[in-house]
Design a protein around this ligand. Structure first.
Ligand SMILES: *Cc1c(COP(=O)(O)O)cnc(C)c1O
Ligand code: SF4
Length: 430
């Protein structure tokens, strides 16, 4: 059933339920959220059995379990190739002795410093983050809110939710409420209905956003009852959280389709993770695959220095390199904004390769994705085309030359052919 949508992965790593220990489970059970939750993988012994872990590794997982909660749904687990110790899905979700719990911060984004009410972080001028649960159906090892798995500061009770709503009511500058967790779509539908209804009743809140990984980790959750609740309280935007093209299964595609059919615009936030998706081909397949299911890549996050996830972090330069490889090379809609969330509560800071190379009076020198450079006449200045061949950036800045282009580039070879053909045509005596 859950064969990946992506066609260009070799068949050997197309893993799914058909290859898994659950191949004989009736489809009606498999697609039932209650069955999935009843069969969560959550003990070191079961993990050991499924992945052939040596006793030492099982003991390490048992130790980690005391520190941080973990659980994996059979659906999500079925995407793991158990024969590959470096499997990206495994790296993302399975606790392991690679986790150094001496390293990293409990609250890397200092969300508590801006916490104004239970679960409510007010950091930016016109929008708030509202954490309504600490529960997820599977737990990512790089999660920035791991602290909540132990001592939750989410708004859990009715009282806490009402306190947060009272804050929203009192703050007219808040026009956008981002509901997150934990995973808000794991809440009982009545509770989500209550929260959304209360927020919608605040006159100055223009719309709500929900961040959820359920379309990825338990797509069968996106059922009729939940859809009815979401439909009642629009406009809602949903940002989901795909990290690897292998997660683009038929089930995940169907969940996104159900949401999109309600008119809910879908975005995606990806975390850049070492040994999981820090490779250009993988990211391209992920982002292009998302567009096929009508999900627009929104942010690519630098992995934050959260406790126990140092082995999953890349360098910021790696992120820059990957952004450089995406912009211009593929559909602009498939290119998210790369952001670093500054520790100490600085918020999201966009990081982009620099396309301005130099500047002179009335001119800037820009480079494009192919490595060509152009002298751009700035607004309000005299446009002069000086198409003298040059290899000097200074000539571009002063306007003495117009461009420097890479030699032997297929794009320019094609352009030269086109020019040649046009000349031939113009010279035609007919
Ligand atoms: C990410 C975030 C938001 C939303 O930011 P956008 O750039 O508008 O998507 C709001 N509040 C907090 C605390 C956040 O971390
Ligand atoms: S789904 Fe989101 S909130 Fe839940 S563990 Fe993963 S990153 Fe954390």
């Amino acid at each position: 059933m859950n064969a990946p949508v992506s066609k260009d992965e070799p068949p050997s790593i197309r893993w799914g339920r058909a290859q898994s220990p659950w191949r004989d489970v009736p489809t009606s059970d498999w697609n039932d959220v209650r069955w999935q939750l009843k069969n969560l993988i959550r003990t070191p012994a079961r993990l050991g059995e499924l992945l052939g872990l040596p006793q030492g590794e099982q003991d390490a997982v048992a130790g980690l379990s005391k520190q941080f909660r973990w659980a994996i749904s059979p659906y999500y687990f079925s995407l793991i190739d158990p024969t590959d110790p470096h499997d990206p899905i495994r790296r993302l979700i399975v606790p392991s002795s690679d986790e150094d719990v001496e390293e990293g911060l409990a609250d890397p984004l200092s969300e508590k410093d801006d916490q104004v009410a239970p679960g409510l972080t007010h950091r930016y001028p016109d929008r708030v983050l509202f954490v309504v649960t600490s529960f997820c159906s599977s737990y990512c090892r790089f999660c920035i809110r791991k602290r909540n798995w132990k001592h939750s500061d989410a708004a859990g009770s009715r009282e806490e939710i009402d306190q947060a709503i009272a804050y929203l009511r009192a703050h007219e500058e808040v026009r956008d409420v981002l509901i997150s967790g934990g995973d808000p779509l794991t809440l009982p539908p009545e509770q989500l209905d209550y929260i959304l209804g209360q927020i919608k009743a605040v006159p100055h809140v223009e719309f709500v956003r929900i961040g959820s990984r359920e379309p990825v980790m338990l797509p069968m959750r996106i059922g009729d009852e939940l859809l009815r609740v979401l439909d009642r309280h629009g406009p809602i935007w949903i940002n989901t959280h795909f990290n690897h093209p292998r997660e683009l299964t038929e089930e995940a595609a169907a969940a996104c389709e159900r949401l999109a059919r309600l008119g809910i615009p879908l975005g995606n936030q990806t975390v850049l993770l070492r040994g999981i998706n820090d490779e250009l081909g993988t990211l391209k397949r992920l982002f292009q695959g998302l567009l096929k299911i009508r999900v627009r890549p929104y942010y690519l996050y630098q992995a934050d220095p959260v406790i126990g996830a140092a082995h999953l972090r890349t360098s910021v330069w790696k992120g820059m390199e990957l952004m450089e490889g995406l912009r211009g090379h593929t559909t602009g809609l498939a290119v998210p904004t790369y952001v670093v969330d500054a520790p100490g509560g600085g918020g999201k800071i966009p990081i982009s390769p620099n396309y301005i190379v130099s500047a002179g009076p009335g001119r800037v020198v820009l480079r494009n994705f192919e490595g060509a450079m152009f002298s751009y006449p700035d607004g309000g200045t005299h446009v002069e085309v000086n198409d003298r061949p040059s290899a000097s950036v200074a000539d571009l800045a002063s306007g003495l030359a117009q461009r420097i282009r890479p030699a032997d580039h297929p794009h320019y070879a094609r352009r030269a052919q086109l020019a040649e053909a046009r000349r031939g045509h113009d010279g035609d005596p007919e």
